[in-house]
Design a protein around this ligand. Structure first.
Ligand code: SAH
Length: 346
């Protein structure tokens, strides 16, 4: 019977050190191999030139090094790049590089498909196949960092978990990936430059707060009225706004980190004064700001971006209540790389 070899990058440094001790080698060997796997990004055991041939063979017999592969790269006229990323089992996820004047942002996926059912999101139509492993998330970031250097002459500066999937439904792996991204052995990026975006899973928001995470939190709110929110994000029935509010208050109390609400205004869905009033009330529970994002149509028109009058009403009413609001334009639309458009079309 063939033994299924374990992905060596699923091991922590400590586990790797213990493995070598058990093999009768020095714990230090674990550090060396770990460095090859993470800082040096080795794809093969034979690349580990300061490790003996016997040890490399022993690793070969016990483990595999799984790596993602960028199958297809599409470049938008605005400089946005979308990668179709093939995982070791053949499944595909997408990640996006978004260049701006002073920054390059990677938008990465956390699951293959998505656990949630937002009616306006293309990814929701793919059912959740599986969670991504920490190394699969990390590798997406590394791939984008390389592309950023190659095409924009600068390293990646920011990361948003706004690709496919609900990061808080793959919490442990997302946290492990962020540990690698921020550690000196990985990319040494500041957690302040990382945003985890969630549809709002109250229990996990509280856990994140209790874990004292250092990255930023964005919540895809889209409506502060339960009835409306449930109609566009059906899982809101299980996690109504009251429980979300309570979790967000807990988050702010524990982290003192302001929350960003992502919000799309749709024609006839949430474009009335009543909707803005509810949002203003919600924003007052914990320090926050609002990003009004552009809707990227995914189909035949059940959802349509509200007209600029409605957006202007949101902006002026929010500002009148001292709530910071920004209106954001989408990037990479011509290659289906914009928010909510990631659906493995090809
Ligand atoms: N599940 C997480 C992260 C993925 S979605 C979340 O919900 O936050 C990333 C962002 O894209 C969310 O704010 C989501 O509401 C938004 N989005 C989804 N579909 C969209 C669409 N068609 N147009 C614009 N934004 C969309």
């Amino acid at each position: 019977m063939e033994i299924k070899k374990k992905d060596i990058r699923a091991l922590t440094k400590e586990q790797l050190r213990e493995f070598f001790v058990k093999e009768g080698d020095k714990a230090f060997r674990g550090n060396q191999v770990y460095e090859w796997l993470w800082s040096k990004g080795a794809h093969h055991f034979e690349d580990m030139t300061n490790v003996s041939k016997e040890t490399r063979q022993m690793l070969e017999d016990n483990f595999v090094i799984n790596h993602i592969q960028v199958d297809q790269m599409q470049r938008s006229s605005d400089g946005t790049i979308k990668n179709a990323v093939r995982l070791h089992d053949g499944l595909i996820v997408e990640s996006v590089l978004i260049p701006a004047k002073n920054r390059t942002t990677a938008c990465v996926s956390s699951q293959v498909g998505c656990s949630l059912d937002c009616k306006f999101c293309a990814t929701a139509r793919l059912k959740r196949m599986r969670n991504l492993n920490p190394d699969e998330i990390y590798d997406q970031v590394v791939a984008i960092d390389k592309e950023s250097k190659l095409y924009h002459n600068r390293p990646l500066s920011n990361i948003v978990f706004m690709g496919m999937g609900e990061p808080l439904m793959n919490y442990n792996n997302v946290i492990k990936a962020i540990e690698k991204i921020t550690s000196p052995e990985g990319l040494a990026m500041s957690p302040k430059r990382i945003v985890v975006s969630t549809s709002g899973v109250p229990k996990m928001i509280k856990k994140m707060a209790d874990d004292k995470v250092k990255f930023k939190l964005a919540v895809s709110l889209h409506s502060a009225i339960d009835e409306v929110r449930t109609s566009i994000m059906p899982f809101n029935k299980s996690f109504p706004l009251d429980s979300l509010r309570e979790a967000l208050e807990h988050w702010y109390a524990a982290t003192k980190n302001r929350i960003t609400y992502e919000y799309i205004v749709w024609d006839g869905i949430n474009d009335s004064k009543k909707d803005v009033d509810a949002l203003i009330k919600f924003c007052k529970f914990a320090p926050s700001k609002v990003n009004l994002i552009e809707y990227n149509p995914i189909d035949d028109g059940e959802f349509q971006q509200a007209n600029s009058k409605a957006i202007d009403m949101y902006v002026s009413m929010l500002e009148a209540n001292n709530i910071t609001v920004t209106v954001r334009r989408s990037r990479g639309k011509d290659i289906d790389a914009a928010c909510g458009q990631l659906a493995n079309k090809s």
